[in-house]
Design a protein around this ligand. Structure first.
Ligand SMILES: Nc1ncnc2c1ncn2[C@@H]1O[C@H](COP(=O)(O)OP(=O)(O)OP(=O)(O)O)[C@@H](O)[C@H]1O
Ligand SMILES: [Mg+2]
Length: 326
């Protein structure tokens, strides 16, 4: 399992409180850090980080309403898997318990979660087609994050799934009993319009559309939004949709124009947070780590994920109701 350590300043940055508040919480709760060779200050492992953020991050006690979320776009390479991984792992660093589902036969999310490409265990195929219990398909990947892995054999799912009764509702029914065990259930999809992806849309309380800030993206986005609206009205569901601008090149006039056009045309959907194009997001995929684990607090990747996740949490929670998180 992945292991990394944060100092108090990094924990303060993700919790959104001062280092002094973190120090006080650590002292009051007698949380033990470790001394890493070469480092001046004590550092904290994932388990301690989660204990501290659970106690200090302002939103961990709110009731999550949009529990089931999908990262979706039928255009390839927009950053669905990268953001799905970063959001899921960052949520766990904030103390939430997250189930991730890899619904892409390419298995990129599973790969980032350290699951070998030749994964021989159960996948969503066995769960939806052969009625295997979903719990038997789920593996822990790191503290606060479980995964239902994917492999290439899932490409065979379309034909048997499309002949099932209520075929688009199978995943929602399978996920329902898991909602009480997790704070969030987050799905990564492949870039197609398939029955499996329809299942993901129907199961979702919130659809996160990952969109590049590229001129060609706008036309595709119009088609995509219409497509999703048609599915939702056919299925009589009304998930919330949002658009996450990704790979934003801050210095190019074209990207600025596209972001402006996105905000103008899809005003109510586009999140305030924007994820800039940054080599650290690529490096994170290679290192198989959350950006928080290796990026400096002032890096674009860390800043952007650290803005995006709290915005998603705020939008997904009911501010009026408080609960104890898992
Ligand atoms: N903000 C970013 N900055 C730089 N590179 C990024 C960013 N977001 C994603 N990438 C890179 O873009 C490529 C595609 O990203 P990713 O695999 O997450 O897209 P995807 O939408 O899941 O693709 P697919 O449709 O094939 O599943 C990867 O190399 C990833 O590292
Ligand atoms: Mg992907």
């Amino acid at each position: 399992m992945t292991e990394f350590f944060f100092n108090q300043a990094k924990i303060a940055a993700i919790s959104g409180v001062s280092t002094k508040t973190i120090s006080r919480y650590i002292a009051e709760n007698n949380i033990k850090g470790v001394t890493i060779e070469g480092a001046h200050n004590k550092k904290f492992n994932i388990s301690s980080i989660r204990r501290i953020t659970k106690g200090t991050y302002s939103s961990t006690k709110k009731k999550v309403i949009d529990k089931v979320q999908v990262f979706y776009n039928f255009k390839g390479g927009t950053g669905k898997t990268s953001l799905c991984y970063q959001v899921a792992t960052h949520l766990s660093l904030l103390g939430f318990k997250v189930l991730t589902l890899d619904l892409d036969p390419q298995g990129h999310l599973s790969h980032m979660m350290q699951i070998d490409e030749s994964w021989k265990g159960l996948t969503i195929y066995d769960v939806l087609i052969h009625n295997q219990p979903i719990k038997e398909a789920i593996v822990p990947v790191f503290e606060g994050v479980d995964l239902l892995p994917a492999n290439i054999s899932m490409t065979r799912i379309e034909v048997p799934l499309s002949t099932k009764i209520k075929r688009e509702e199978k995943l929602r029914n399978v996920l329902n009993p898991l909602k009480k065990e997790y704070d969030f259930i987050i799905m990564d999809t492949n870039p197609t319009i398939s029955t499996l992806n329809m299942n993901a849309l129907v199961a979702s309380d919130r659809i996160n559309i990952v969109c590049e800030t590229h001129p060609f993206s706008l036309e595709g986005l119009r088609v995509l939004m219409q497509e999703i609206e048609t599915v939702c009205s056919d299925m009589d569901i009304s998930p919330i949709m949002d658009i996450i601008p990704n790979k934003y090149e801050i210095k190019t006039a074209t990207a600025q124009e596209v972001l402006g056009a996105l905000r103008f045309e899809f005003k109510s959907y586009v999140l305030g947070s924007v994820v800039r194009k940054s080599e650290d997001i690529n490096v994170a995929s290679k290192k198989k780590l959350p950006v928080a684990a290796f990026c400096k607090a002032k890096s674009a990747a860390f800043e952007d994920i650290n803005d995006l996740v709290p915005e998603l949490i705020e939008k997904s929670c009911n501010p009026q109701i408080s609960v104890d998180i898992k």
